[in-house]
Design a protein around this ligand. Structure first.
Ligand SMILES: *Cc1c(COP(=O)(O)O)cnc(C)c1O
Length: 363
């Protein structure tokens, strides 16, 4: 793929390393440029890197009415040698291509998506925040842009990638476990639906569950399947627990659970690296709660790109009753998994072959 560069004038671009004065929050900032590519007449055209900014859309664009949208989230890190390395972006590109047919959108060759991300990271490499534990968050997404009110797939699409310089997810260290609401009132995904694809509509539909969680002092919902029998996932992260016997269990991926790249990485690493055996099983809620009460389940948490690992200290129910996980703190296995995955990302531990994508110097 030949990318066209239409960069900001040098005087308007960042020319010195980015050294934020205070703590950077997640996802607020943008860099100087974005990647764009249009789909029309059955093909992708005009891949380009242009100044970051608003683009115009017809008010009748399909995405604005019927949510024809898919997205991804990944991160790049700066290693001790000063090189920027993106974590497993081929996995994100593959997942975008699995999401696309779920909402009747076109795919993009994995190598083109990877090239687009690396080229953008290269152009805006000075935006990497010089701060401990920082990253450049990568947000690829695709929208249906045809001006059409008929309920059918758009004939035109826009693919965009932008970057967000972000501080450490845990600015005070890996210390505070979160609380999850186990809800029987809200469900995230139904069999045969879109739960296993990364589409904005799933998030719109889960917003009110998130608000209900906050009202009960929880930060997210742990969703159950529609029969309230099985544990599925939280709205933006997969769920896991660790048994006293040292097994880390992630619910088996179904068509109502999104395949997290973080979960897949933990499953791929194996016991030698992690100190626990990571497996997938269907998890009945009743057995899970019994395990928490008996102490058989000692640790629990969530896996996702933003936090990598979110330790869970307690679960709350809609009747406000609560169940604690272990002593409510962060367990040793949870900490080790966090240390291993973030160590690989930041280059302080060796990465399995093909996991890190070094940003080439082209622009
Ligand atoms: C993105 C996402 C996750 C986390 O996936 P990662 O690839 O690890 O970031 C989990 N659940 C849902 C519903 C998601 O959209």
């Amino acid at each position: 793929m030949k990318i066209r560069y239409d960069l900001k004038p040098a005087a308007q671009r960042r020319t010195a390393p980015f050294t934020p004065q205070g703590p950077l929050s997640f996802g607020q900032l943008r860099t100087d440029h974005m990647f764009l590519m249009d789909y029309a007449d059955g093909g992708w055209r005009d891949p380009r890197i242009v100044p970051y900014g608003p683009f115009s859309l017809d008010p009748g664009a399909v995405v604005l009415h019927y949510s024809q949208e898919i997205f991804e989230g990944a991160k790049a890190f700066k290693h001790a040698d000063g090189e920027i390395q993106a974590f497993r972006i081929d996995k994100n590109a593959e997942r975008l291509n699995r999401s696309a047919p779920g909402v009747c959108m076109p795919t993009i060759p994995v190598e083109d998506q990877v090239q687009a991300i690396l080229a953008l990271l290269d152009v805006d490499r000075l935006w990497f925040p010089e701060q401990d534990g920082a990253s450049l968050y990568i947000r690829p997404f695709m929208i249906g842009t045809q001006d059409s009110l008929g309920v059918k797939p758009s004939t035109r699409y826009l693919f965009c990638v932008f970057l967000s310089p972000s501080g450490p997810y845990y600015p005070k260290g890996f210390t505070e476990p979160i609380k999850l609401l186990i809800s029987r009132r809200f469900h995230r995904a139904a069999p045969g639906g879109t739960g296993a694809i990364k589409t904005g509509g799933n998030y719109a539909a889960s917003l009110r569950a998130g608000v209900a969680a906050h009202e009960l002092g929880a930060s997210q919902v742990l969703f159950l399947d529609t029969t309230d029998t099985w544990i599925e996932e939280a709205g933006a992260m997969n769920h896991f627990h660790v048994t006293r016997g040292g097994r880390l269990v992630i619910p088996t991926f179904t068509d109502t659970i999104l395949r997290s790249v973080t979960s897949e990485s933990v499953l791929a690493l194996g016991a030698a690296a992690l100190g626990v055996e990571a497996v997938q099983e269907r998890i009945p809620l009743a057995a899970f709660l019994e395990g928490l009460k008996s102490g058989e389940i000692a640790e629990a948490g969530g896996f996702g790109t933003a936090a990598v690992v979110s330790p869970v200290g307690a679960y709350v129910f809609e009747d406000k009753s609560e169940v604690k996980v272990g002593a409510g703190g962060i367990g040793p296995h949870t900490r080790q998994v966090y240390d291993v995955v973030t160590g690989i990302q930041r280059g302080t531990r060796p990465a399995p072959a093909g996991w890190m994508f070094k940003v080439p110097r082209i622009a």
